[in-house]
Design a protein around this ligand. Structure first.
Ligand code: 13P
Length: 252
């Protein structure tokens, strides 16, 4: 398994955070770690908006917290107004990049093919892509969740991926920001499907899979109660230091 056996506690701040409150949130999290050498049983990652990525990455340098971007271009540099290259993400010291989040797929037209190109480009720069997949409510209701997951995995994961250089985030679209967390059985079924598809495409089931969708301190223990879950990708609750920390604590 990539990233040792530590659970990954990743926070996706989405389009939230101005300088002042983001410094505060980051400092509050840093203060939760008693010493930078403490060997916690989890790896914490925070993904602030692009405007703050450089600054927050500098703030957490030398601490147990790593950072990631929420998106990047498939291009390395040049005339692509408004885009952020994986070289730039790497340059500021971030190690991860969330790609193919359902909000980007739904609102910005990102297809599996675009996600795969971005992920390949991120991998080429030594970043670890966190590739998001997940079915919509309609797809779940007509019974096509497993087929959607397989299609998204097969086509969003780039050719040079291995089970050790990417992370998959399973985020059912109907569970994001809705307060409806998937049932433990849903999580187990989909994560084991993802492992089956990983074996087919990448030759091993041993891939790191995060669950995302309304993870809160109140349900985190249950989410972590299955070995299928290697970590979580948290939206709303990652904007509150106590909540995010309590989710991390529920993993150990
Ligand atoms: P919520 O935790 O707010 O449901 O968001 C999940 C998510 O989209 C993380 O990427």
């Amino acid at each position: 398994m990539a990233f040792s056996n530590k659970k990954i506690i990743a926070g996706n701040w989405k389009m939230n955070g101005l300088k002042q409150d983001s410094w505060q949130l980051t400092n509050d999290l840093l203060n939760k770690f008693e010493s930078p050498d403490d060997n916690f049983g989890f790896q914490m990652i925070i993904c602030p908006p692009a405007t703050l990525l450089s600054e927050i990455t500098s703030m957490v340098e030398g601490s147990p917290i790593a950072t990631g971007a929420q998106n990047c271009s498939d291009r390395l540099n040049g005339a692509y107004t408004g885009e952020i290259s994986p070289i730039m993400v790497k340059d500021v010291g971030a190690k991860f990049v969330i790609l193919g989040h359902s909000e980007r797929r739904a609102y910005y037209g990102e297809t599996n093919e675009i996600v795969a190109l971005k992920a390949q480009s991120a991998l080429d720069q030594g970043l670890t892509p966190i590739i998001c997949i997940g079915e919509t409510l309609e797809q779940k209701e007509v019974g096509s969740a497993l087929a959607v997951i397989e299609d998204q995995f097969m086509n969003s994961v780039p050719v040079n991926a291995t089970v050790d250089n990417i992370i998959i985030a399973y985020e059912p679209v109907w569970a994001i920001g809705t307060g409806k967390v998937a049932t433990l059985q849903d999580i187990i079924d989909i994560h084991s499907k993802i492992r089956e598809v990983a074996e087919k495409k990448l030759g091993s089931k041993n891939i790191t899979i995060l669950y995302g969708g309304s993870v809160k301190p109140t349900n985190a223990k249950e989410v972590f109660s299955t070995d299928e879950v290697n970590g979580v990708l948290v939206g709303g609750a990652s904007l509150n230091a106590d909540d995010f920390w309590n989710i991390a604590m529920a993993s150990i």
